[in-house]
Design a protein around this ligand. Structure first.
Ligand code: IFG
Length: 531
């Protein structure tokens, strides 16, 4: 099949418009056949020429526009660095009107890509050059991740020399399905040092995830420095599950994580859980308890026993102090205030607390997110409900109440997305209260129709939480997260007509060497034909 000659941009636009018309994937994979490509998430449209390749050498130049902005320059630099051995290399600037020399890769920002949104892109590989077009830098970044996955996994060996990097001639026209494609790290039960959070961000970016929710406070630890409340980290961060040393992020370290994530087009969403899951805060500031007595620090894994006192003004002063600094530290529009598993307050006390805290968050110009239990409160439609209880008690789920007032829902059903659930009965790490979750079980569900009483248009995406009761080091986190987080990444990005378990498992099998080259301690699930 001959690909059409290089299409001038204007004629590319219908291609992009075609994105919204589901297209059958041209590389349907029969059971067991080697996949025509191994891109995850599956792109919306991908077509290869019958023949032809583009070979990348150590001197392949990457061009950006002469007036490219910083975000575009960063994507260009990331690509040039990925292609060349060793040190950081920059992209070169070239006026758009000037034709790139043969053998070059060009990143083109094109504001006319209206329907591709901020994250869509077109990747065009020809024998004499490669072009990635997108309206925003995020789209260019995602086009680079697809280019990266079209290259042999040897690309991931940063120091390897003379790697033969050959691309198939073809075209990818791609746009994500959901805006919210997330992961959550519980850094409260066991503290996770910044370097390990950055590593998680690196792997998330390869699979086009764009939200990292950090669960920064819980019964066992408070993990973010709040200048006006120094005892939260002086005392509240001093331990963790099992009694270890705990730890916390200074404000400088948190800002650095926010910037590191943003450079990979990932937004940090901080969570300070309340009014429950607050033993570390209560131990640090006893005025938060109704009897004024500070509880001892807690290093077990029970839940539901702690709660801030809803009837004391000192509680709301505390929340204001924390939200003020959290908002100032967080450029993104979302602050997550938890709200889960509160057993010590009456329903009226709980709902009143949630409604008051929502006002405090909105006063700082931020949108509140809360776990499913907040839905019955009288919430602003800008608040987002994160659904999680899909086990036997799902009947108590009330996310539909929020959807009915026009609110959005993030899908994190425990029995599909909780990465701390064991894979099977032989898995040592993790818990099993929501059930055992195989890779196939994590993959084979439809987020938009999972909750019958929540309309599909109120589901803004998916997020896979990794709770850390049983995890203490990076290898533990990676073992439970991968490959199931990769399955969730495909659910977040790819439309139903271009994904399916047989195709996914075949493509995922090709990622074994790539994950190994990246040093990711992933679980080699027997469900997958690992290369
Ligand atoms: N539920 C608790 C988490 C954690 C989890 C472990 C939510 C919203 C069980 N709350 O999930 O703190 O303990 O699987």
């Amino acid at each position: 099949m001959r690909l059409p000659p290089r299409l001038p941009v204007l004629r590319m636009l219908p291609l992009v418009a075609a994105l919204l018309v589901p297209a059958p994937i041209t590389a349907a994979v029969a059971q067991g056949a080697a996949p025509r490509h191994a891109i995850i998430p599956a792109p919306n449209r991908i077509e290869f020429a019958r023949s032809g390749t583009f070979t990348i050498t150590d001197s392949t130049p990457v061009f950006i526009a002469a007036d490219a902005d910083d975000d575009t320059e960063r994507v260009g630099r990331q690509l040039a660095t990925m292609l060349g051995p060793g040190a950081t290399r920059a992209a070169r600037r070239l006026p758009e009107a000037v034709r790139a020399p043969a053998g070059a890769i060009r990143l083109v920002r094109d504001e006319r890509f209206e329907d591709a949104g901020a994250e869509g892109y077109v990747l065009d590989v020809r024998t004499d050059g490669v072009t990635i077009r997108a309206r925003e830098a995020a789209g260019l970044f995602y086009g680079v991740q697809t280019l990266r996955q079209l290259l042999p996994w040897s690309i991931e060996h940063r120091a390897a020399l003379a790697r033969r990097l050959v691309l198939p001639v073809g075209e990818v026209v791609d746009v994500p399905r959901f805006a919210w494609r997330g992961a959550m790290l519980d850094v409260a039960r066991h503290f996770l040092p910044p370097a390990d959070v950055k590593r998680y961000l690196d792997v998330m970016a390869l699979y086009k995830l764009n939200m990292l929710h950090l669960h920064l406070a819980d019964d066992q630890g408070w993990r973010l420095e709040i200048l006006s409340r120094p005892n939260l980290t002086r005392h509240g961060a001093s331990t963790q599950v099992g009694g270890g040393a705990g730890g916390f992020y200074t404000q400088a370290e948190y800002r650095d994580l926010v910037a590191y994530a943003a450079a990979r087009h990932i937004m940090i969403v901080p969570e300070i859980d309340m009014p429950g899951h607050t033993n570390a805060a209560l131990a640090s500031y006893p005025e938060l308890t109704c009897d004024g007595v500070a509880p001892p620090l807690y290093t077990g894994i029970r839940v539901g026993f702690s709660a801030m006192c809803p009837s004391k003004e000192s509680t709301y002063k505390f929340v204001e102090d924390v939200v003020l600094e959290l908002a100032e530290l967080t450029p993104g529009p979302y602050l997550h205030l938890g709200g889960d598993e509160v057993e010590k307050l009456t329903r009226a006390e709980y709902l009143g607390f949630i409604e008051r805290v929502e006002k405090i968050v909105r006063a700082q110009g931020k949108n509140m997110i809360g776990w499913g239990e907040i839905a019955p409160a009288n919430l602003d439609p800008s608040t987002i409900v994160q659904h999680w209880r899909s086990d036997a008690r799902a009947s108590r789920d009330s996310a539909h109440l929020h959807a009915e007032r026009g609110g959005s829902v993030i899908m994190s059903p425990g029995n599909r997305t909780y990465l701390d659930m064991k894979y099977d009965s032989t898995t040592v790490l993790g818990l099993r209260w929501a059930g055992l979750i195989s890779v196939q079980h994590a993959y084979s569900w439809e987020p938009s129709t999972f909750l019958p009483r929540v309309p599909a248009d109120k589901v803004i995406g998916v997020e896979a939480p990794l709770w850390a009761e049983t995890l203490e080091k990076r290898a533990d986190y990676e073992y439970l997260a991968f490959p199931r987080l990769i399955a969730i990444a495909e659910l977040g990005w790819s439309r139903a007509n271009v994904r399916g378990w047989d195709g996914f498992r075949a493509r995922l099998g090709e990622h074994g060497p790539r994950l190994q080259a990246l040093g990711v301690n992933f679980y080699r699930s027997p469900e997958i034909p690992w290369k």
